[in-house]
Write a protein that binds this ligand. Structure first.
Ligand code: SAH
Ligand code: SF4
Length: 359
């Protein structure tokens, strides 16, 4: 608009730091500029369909993004931080069989504005609710682990990440913004160049035959390629490890053989050795999946094999499951344009007989 650069900084501060909803309120901008802005742009909250609060303090919002689509955003309070789990798409086209978003199919990518609006809405609502003083932040960490595959919405994602990191907006450090991906290899390389933030990779299986089944994207980018991409990412990453997420499915990927194969994959001496931490996620069941959560003892046995092998391994605490806000339970409302939901209904449950050699 031909305005001075510092005007952009002022606008950023008004919108993102102070949560202004109206250009007219921006008292340090010239009246003529305020009017010009109001004629060209709008600051529009995302309509809230529902807001649910769990007994453990987790908050889940369902936001309307139009045309029958709605996406979910989850706030997870902890003693030393507040994490917001943000959606990147209405639905998801990857179609992992243990994920309820995957079962819903795909409608569309969210815009940069819709990704950021989740943070803007949550931050300013929470500040008011928690009675925070000016300058205090409710959200200290963002994880792109809501609905959707963020690296399949790359062009909208990167500008949104940049605003999260900007000191005049949310000022989050690169280590506190995490992109989680099911393994879109070429986009991992681009993210490393364009906006390196912390990276979580949804692994879920140590061998291709099983991962092909659970995460269909593996057929395109198999495990060896994914590991190489992780190593390249680490050259520019703000942390010196990758977080591998591993959803624990009873009798499917949770045997001691799987644990040893996983250890050999990431911790072996071969070229695929990746500095990493393992985050085991007990599967959060939903009826259409036909899958079951691994028993607690099995998760612990699995974790111990990894820990004994020298891998830093944690088991994710389930938060907000009384309001269906836990990992993989985000379903929103998706006008599926891919008929994935129908296809998924016909899938057989993967059978890996216990005690048999790994497929
Ligand atoms: N599409 C990205 C980010 C969203 S999913 C990705 O797949 O990484 C965020 C995490 O939740 C992923 O690790 C995913 O595998 C996990 N997840 C999905 N469904 C789940 C379920 N039913 N129970 C537990 N974790 C699940
Ligand atoms: Fe998509 Fe991630 Fe769910 Fe897989 S786990 S279907 S990539 S949202």
């Amino acid at each position: 608009m031909g305005e001075k650069r510092f005007r952009a900084t002022q606008l950023f501060r008004w919108i993102h730091q102070r949560g202004a909803q109206d250009f007219a309120a921006m008292s340090d901008l010239a009246k003529s500029l305020r009017e010009k802005l109001a004629g060209k742009a709008e600051i529009r909250p995302l309509p809230i369909v529902t807001e649910q609060i769990s007994t453990d303090g987790t908050v889940k919002w369902l936001f309307d993004v139009g045309a029958g689509n709605a996406v979910e955003t989850v706030f997870i309070p902890e003693d030393d931080r507040g994490t917001l789990c943000v959606s990147s798409q209405a639905g998801c086209a990857v179609g992992c069989r243990f994920c309820s978003t995957g079962h819903q199919g795909f409608s569309r990518n969210l815009t940069t504005g819709e990704i950021l609006a989740q943070l803007w809405m949550a931050e300013h609502k929470l500040r008011a609710r928690l009675g925070l003083k000016p300058g205090e932040r409710a959200i200290t960490n963002v994880v792109m682990m809501g609905m959707g595959e963020p690296l399949q919405n790359y062009n909208a994602l990167v500008p949104a990440l940049r605003v999260m990191l900007d000191d005049h907006a949310y000022g989050l450090s690169r280590r506190r913004v995490t992109v989680s991906t099911s393994g879109v290899v070429p986009m991992m390389d681009r993210l490393r160049e364009d906006c390196p933030v912390a990276l979580a990779v949804s692994l879920h299986a140590p061998i291709d035959a099983l991962r092909d089944d659970l995460v269909p994207l593996n057929r395109k980018y198999p495990i060896a390629e994914l590991m190489q991409a992780c190593l390249r990412y680490l050259e520019a990453a703000p942390r010196d490890f990758i977080t591998f997420e591993y959803c624990m499915l009873d009798g499917v990927n949770d045997t001691e053989d799987h644990a040893r194969a996983l250890l050999a994959l990431v911790n072996g001496r071969g070229p695929n050795r990746v500095p990493c931490k393992l985050n085991l996620i007990p599967f959060n069941p939903f009826p259409a999946s036909g899958l079951l959560r691994s028993p607690r003892e099995q998760v612990m046995r699995f974790a111990k094999i990894l820990q004994d092998g020298g891998l830093v391994t944690t088991v994710r605490k389930t938060r907000g499951d009384d309001i269906d806000a836990a990992c993989g339970q985000l379903a929103g409302e998706v006008q599926d344009r891919t008929r994935a939901s129908e296809r998924m209904k016909r899938l057989p449950v993967p059978i890996v007989p216990l005690g048999s050699p790994l497929r």
